[in-house]
Design a protein around this ligand. Sequence first.
Ligand code: ADP
Ligand code: MG
Length: 686
Amino acid sequence: MNQSKIHDFLFQNVSILDGVGTKTIKLLKKKEIEKISDLLWNFPQGFTDRSNLQTLDKLEIGKITTIKVKVVKYNFPRIRNLPNKVICEDKNGKIDIIFFNSREGYIRKILPLNTSVIISGKINYFKKKYQITNPAYIVPINKEDYVNKIIPKYSLTEGLTEKIYRKLIEQVLKNITDLTEWHNDKILKKIGNVGWSQSIFNVHQDKENNFNSKFHRRLAYDEILANLLVLSQARKRIKKFKKIKKKFNNHLSNKLIRNFNFELTKNQVSVIKEINSDLQSEYKMFRLLQGDVGSGKTIVSLIAAANVIKSNWQVALMAPTEILAKQHYNLACKIFKSTNINIKFLSGNSDSKQKKLIQENLINGKINFLIGTHALFQKNIQFKNLGLVIIDEQHKFGVRQRIELSNKGGKNCDILLMSATPIPRTLVLAVYGDMDISRLIEKPMYRKDIITLSKPEEKIDEILIFIKKQIKNGNQVFWVCPLIEESKKLDYSAAVKKYNYLMKNFTNKVGLIHGGLEKEKKNKVLNNFLNKSIDILVSTTVIEVGIDFPNANVIIIENSNKFGLSQLHQLRGRVGRGINQGTCILLYKKNLSESAKKRIKILKSSNDGFFIAEEDMKLRGFGDILGYQQSGIKDFKLADPIQHQDLFKIAEEDIKSIEYDENNFKKYDFLLKLFDKANIINEINL
Ligand code: ADP
Ligand code: MG
C-alpha cells in the first residue's frame, strides 16, 4: 500500500476488517473502538503463555495449557443448565471439554468426531477427571503455531474474545508495515531511536514490554507531541483574535475592595492586574486562574466582572452546580449592593416566566451580570454584548470544550476559567498549553492551616466530646463515610448507620446526603446545613466542591486510610473557610499499612495542595488522582505523566523547532489525526 492508502486505512471504520459483523462492532464500541487506529491503542495488558504443548499425562490443575487431542465422544444432555461435554484423548490420557451456553451444531463443527485438534485453556479437575471449560482456543492442527505460543492479553469486554481481537489486530499490523517514519533523526534519537511501525509491532507482540520500554515510550512521545502541538496551535490562533478593548478605571473596583472586610493578598492583587491588562488589551483573553480551594479565586473573578461591566459589557459566570452558582450569586449581590449593577440568576430550575424575562433583559442590555449553571449556554440565551465569561471549577472541561466556549462567547468576549485542580508545573503545558495561566499560591492571611489529626475508630467517644464542644461554640461538622467498594449496587449502609447513630447523640440535628439521593432532596439537606438548621452533615464523598460553608470547621473522615492524598486534601478543604480554626480528623481501622501511615503523615505536615498532588503522584502514579480524571489529562491513552515526565520536556523543546517552519508542521497532520486532534484547531474560528 502507498502511504496515503495506509493513512486512509487507519481511519476507516473497523467494519471493513474481516470477521467484523454488527455484533462485534457493538462490542468494540463498548471499548471505545470505532476506527481501525483505535484498535492499536488498546495495548495488551499482559501476555498468556500458551506455548509448550502438553500431553494429557502431564497436566497441572489451574494452569493454562495447550493440548493436541482427538475428539472421541459427544455428550449433549439436553437438560437446561447442564453443559455440553466433549470427550477427547491422546495416547496418554483423556480429558473432558465442557461448554456452557453452547449450541450442539457449533460444537460438532469446531470439534468433528475422530479428528485431531489443538485446544488451549485452563485445566480443571472435576469428579476425578481433567477438564477444560469454555476453552479460549480450538483450532485445527495445521493452525498449531497460531495458538502454541505466548499470546497478548487484551482488556476486552464480555462477548469479545481474545481470539476475535487477535484476528483484528493482526490484520491491522499486516497493513501498516510500510508506513514511513515522520520524525527526523534528531528527534528519533532523543526518544529511543525506534520507528513507529516497529514500536506498534513490539508493543502488541513482544512480551518484554512495559511503560518504560523504548517502544512504548516512542508511542507515548507521539501522543504527548500531538497534544502539545494542538494546544500550542490553538493558543497561537486565539492569540491573534482581536477584540474591542475594554475601557475602565479602578474607581469601581477600588470601591468594592474597600468594602471587603479583609485585605486582598499580594497574589490576588497581582493576578487582578494580569487580568485587567488582558481585558484592556486588543486581544482576546483566554486565561486560567489556578488556585487551591479557598485561595480566593471567586473574589478575583468578581472584580474582573466589575471592570468589564464598568466598560459597558455584560458578564456571565457559570458554576457546575446550582448550589454553587447560587452562592456566587449571593456573594455578587452582596458585593455589588451599593452599585446599580443588575445581577440575575439562571438555572435549569428557573421557571419559564423568569427565564423569559431574563432573555428579554439580556438582549436589551438591562441585565449586566448573569450567574448560573450550564443553562447559561442554552441556545435561546442571548446577550446584547457579552464581554466576559467566567467559568468556575472547570476541571470537567477539555481543550475541545474550552474552544467551543471561546467561540460561543463571540468575538469580543474574554474568557476566564477557574480551577482548583492542582496540576504540577511540569504538566501544566500539556493540559493548559492553549491558555495563559495565573496562579494563586498565597493563602488569605487570616486563614490558619487546618489542623489535621488521626485517630483509630475505637476512640469515637473522644471525637463525640470534641464535636459537642465545637457545636456548642456555633460550629458545624462534616462527617464523611466514603463508599469503600465502588460496587454496582452502591452500598450506603455505613453512611446511613452513622447517620442514625449521630441522630441519637445529637438530638436529630443531623443531615445525610449520598449519591443515591435525588437532586432536590440533596439540595434541601445542603441548604439546611447552610442555614444552620442542622449541625452535622453525614455524607459519602459527594460534598460539592467549591461550596462555601463558612461555619463548618470540623471534618471527620472515616476509613481515611483507603483514600489517596489529593482526595483527602480536597475533602479537608471543605472546612476552615471562615475565620475559625478548622480541624480535620482522619479515622482509621487499626493495623495501618506503611503507605497509609505515610499518607496520613504527609497530610498532617502540609496544607499545600500542589505539594500534596506531587506527593500523591509519587505514591500512586497519575491516573488515580482525583480531578485529573476529568482534567483532560486523562485524554492520554499511552502517555503517563509521571513515568514519562522527561518525554513531556523533550516534546516541549521539539515543539519550538517544529512550529518554526509551517511546512515542517504539515508533516504532523497525520500524527494529529492519529490522536483525534486534527479537527480541534480548525474548530477555532471567530
Ligand atoms: P476559591 O474560589 O478559590 O475556593 P473563594 O474565592 O471562594 O475561594 O474564597 C474563599 C473564602 O475566602 C471566601 O469566603 C472569600 O470571601 C474569602 N476571601 C477571599 N480572599 C480573601 C482574602 N484576601 N482575605 C480574606 N478572605 C478572603
Ligand atoms: Mg471557588
